[in-house]
Structure formats: structure tokens, C-alpha cells
Design a protein around this ligand. Structure first.
Ligand SMILES: Nc1ncnc2c1ncn2[C@@H]1O[C@H](COP(=O)(O)OP(=O)(O)OP(=O)(O)O)[C@@H](O)[C@H]1O
Length: 356
């Protein structure tokens, strides 16, 4: 189901929650609206759902205009043909699990036998096949959220809006549910707009991430694109950890030579982010550094701090270009004060034009 938002604004008094936003979401894909608290993600989703009236602009869903300020069009949520899942489960406590999930089909006046069968099948698909006759409030938080997901899915909506649906679940369940949402989306071919402020959740779920800041889109693209090729500093900082430092890029026969302030040549070759030379902000992700012995070529450094995290080890390394975060895998441990050298392959060095 296509979703097109044009010149959308929503003001709350002097606060511009959404500021002249235009975007066409990818059809049949999971688009994750990501950004810090207060950047306007939830308001955007609520405007698409019809739960919030935009100040101005236009929204169309599946080719139908559902909101247009200039033409006085504003369809209620029930006429927008979409399913919604929120952080709060909004489950009816006096009903069983099955009755809760059956509600949307009952509202559509489907035959009783079909209602029961589809509600059962949907509950089974979210792992609640054994709990259908329980009172809804007898379930754990994770199970209740599955009920609300099942209730959204049971009517086969082509557009599903999810606002932080996994935030109340424990870490392990959250990861399981991400996997399930992806599988469900593939099976249904639905378009999902998913709001979160959790970058790991965004990267593991999204076909496309739309990163917001102050009511505007800062960058959109595949998770890998945003992670490895941020166009501005804000994106580099927001997603994962980034080592950022000023450099000068000089064109050479094979691409660019990247020289850190102080004269150290960091890399030479096909470096992403800039075509020509000039001043830039270089970004190297912690896992991209290669560690060598202190007398090898590279940036010399001294380990200031080490943190063992289980699947990886994080080092803070003091170098002539500043303190860098370096990630290593495996069992080799490092001591505070230990000397080492750092190098990076050109393809893992990304440049952000300095004005950004
Ligand atoms: N009903 C409201 N009345 C007044 N201001 C509001 C209202 N709803 C949202 N805002 C403001 O609009 C801005 C965007 O809020 P929104 O909830 O869309 O952000 P968000 O990115 O979803 O943040 P969070 O992750 O914290 O939910 C914020 O400054 C918020 O305070």
C-alpha cells in the first residue's frame, strides 16, 4: 500500500512537531521512523493514522487522499484501511485472547465461523495458539503485545503502523519479536511504518530507515547506507559509535589521499563521501580499525581503557588525532597503557563534507 505525505506540517502552539515533511514510503517494505525523543516520529505516524489533525499538507494512502488541508479532506482512522499497534497494548481486560483478536473481524461483520478460524490462525502465527481461551490480562506483557499484534494482523491490513510496539518487552523477547515482525511482513507483503528511538531495533528491522531531527528528515536509506555512508555528522553520531576527526582530502590518481591534521596519511584510494578534495570530517567505525604492533606503520596509540562486552572488546585508544574507540573480536586481551598502531582500509574511511 503506497503512503505519500506532501508538505505536511503539525504545529502545537510554537512547537513545529512536523516541519514541511514530504516523503513517499516504500510499498511492501518496513520503513522505520527513527530519531531522538521529540523529533516528530509519533506525530507523523498519528497524522497518517488520522489520530492527529495536521496543521497543513496532504496525505494519501493507496492512491486515496485521506487528508488534504486545502480541500478540507480528513478521513477518520476507521476509513483509512490500516492496522495499528502501540506501545500500550490497548487490550480489553474483560475479554479472552480470542475475543480480543476477533474484534476487528466482528466489526467488519464477517461470519462467526470465519472470525473464529482467522483469529485462531493469527494467534497461532504469533505463538499464542495455546492461550486463546485465557483472560487477556492473565498474560505476560510480551504475550499481551502479541495479542495486540495479532489483533492488528487479523484483518489483513495492507498498511500497518507500529509505534514503539516492543519497548515494554524484555531484551530477549524484543529480539524474537523483531524477527517475527519481519517474517510476518514478508508473508503478508504489507507496508509497515514502524516508529522507534532504538537504533539497533531500527537497523535490524528496517528495509529503509528514515532518520528524523526536529520535525524534518535528515537522511533516508537502507540501514547499511546510513551506518556506513552518513551524509551529515548527526547521522554518524546517532547510529552506532563513530570516530570523527578533521582531515584534508587530496585527489590522487587512485582516488583520494586522506591526511589527518598533524600530517599522518590515514588512507589512500577509493574513499566514500566526497569526490573532490578539501577539508572534511572523516568517520571510521570502531570495528573498522585494524590493530597492529606499535612499531608497524599506522597511527600510533596507547590503550587508555578496555571494556570486555562478551562478543566484543572495546578499547579507548589515545592517538595523535585524539581519543579513538576501537572494537576487537576474539580472546586477545589488551592492557591499559599498551602501545599499538591503527590502520584503516580506504573503503572503511568515509568523508563528510565539512559544512555538514
Ligand atoms: N499533544 C501535544 N501537545 C503539545 N505538544 C506536543 C503534543 N504531541 C507532541 N508534541 C510535541 O511535538 C514534538 C514532537 O513530538 P513526538 O511525540 O512526535 O516526538 P517523537 O519523536 O515521537 O518522540 P518520542 O520518541 O519521545 O515519542 C515534541 O516537541 C512534543 O513535545
Amino acid at each position: 500500500m503506497s503512503v505519500v505525505v506532501s508538505s505536511l506540517s503539525k504545529h502545537f502552539g510554537s512547537v513545529r512537531a512536523i516541519d514541511d515533511l514530504s516523503i513517499e514510503f516504500r510499498e511492501g517494505a518496513i520503513s522505520v521512523l527513527l530519531g531522538a525523543s521529540g523529533c516528530g516520529k509519533t506525530t507523523t505516524l498519528r497524522c497518517i493514522a488520522g489520530l492527529e489533525q495536521p496543521t497543513s499538507g496532504q496525505i494519501s494512502i493507496g492512491g486515496q487522499t485521506v487528508f488534504a488541508s486545502a480541500r478540507g479532506i480528513d478521513l477518520p482512522p476507521a476509513r483509512r484501511d490500516l492496522g495499528m499497534v502501540f506501545q500500550s497494548y490497548a487490550i480489553w481486560p474483560h475479554m479472552t485472547v480470542l475475543e480480543n483478536v476477533a474484534l476487528p473481524l466482528r466489526a467488519k461483520k464477517r461470519p462467526a465461523a470465519e472470525v473464529a478460524e482467522r483469529a485462531r490462525a493469527t494467534l497461532t502465527s504469533v505463538g499464542l495458539g495455546q492461550q486463546i481461551d485465557r483472560g487477556a490480562t492473565q498474560l505476560s506483557g510480551g504475550q499481551q503485545q502479541r495479542v495486540s499484534i495479532a489483533r492488528c494482523l487479523v484483518a489483513d491490513p495492507r498498511l500497518i503502523l507500529m509505534d514503539e510496539p516492543l519497548s515494554n518487552l524484555d531484551a530477549k523477547l524484543r529480539i524474537e519479536m523483531r524477527h517475527e515482525i519481519r517474517q510476518l511482513q514478508r508473508r503478508l507483503g504489507a507496508t509497515i511504518l514502524f516508529v522507534t528511538h532504538d537504533q539497533e531495533e531500527a537497523m535490524s528491522l528496517a528495509d529503509e530507515i528514515i532518520l528524523f531531527d526536529k520535525g524534518k528528515i535528515v537522511q533516508r536509506g537502507a540501514p547499511e547506507e546510513l551506518y556506513f555512508r552518513p551524509q551529515v555528522r548527526y547521522v554518524a553520531d546517532f547510529l552506532g559509535k563513530a570516530n570523527l576527526f578533521p582531515v584534508t582530502a587530496r585527489p590522487t590518481a587512485g582516488g583520494l589521499e586522506v591526511v589527518a591534521d598533524g600530517g599522518h596519511v590515514l588512507a589512500s584510494g577509493q574513499v566514500s563521501g566526497m569526490d573532490g578534495g578539501g577539508r572534511a570530517l572523516a568517520m571510521v567505525r570502531p570495528e573498522a580499525w585494524r590493530i597492529g604492533p606499535v612499531d608497524a606503520e599506522g597511527l600510533t596509540g596507547r590503550v587508555e581503557e578496555t571494556t570486555f562486552i562478551g562478543d566484543r572488546r572495546e578499547l579507548l585508544v589515545q592517538t595523535p588525532i585524539g581519543r579513538l574507540t576501537v572494537m576487537t573480536l576474539g580472546m586477545r586481551s589488551f592492557c591499559t597503557g599498551e602501545g599499538l598502531s591503527l590502520t584503516v582500509e580506504p573503503e572503511y574511511l568515509h568523508l563528510i563534507a565539512e559544512a555538514a
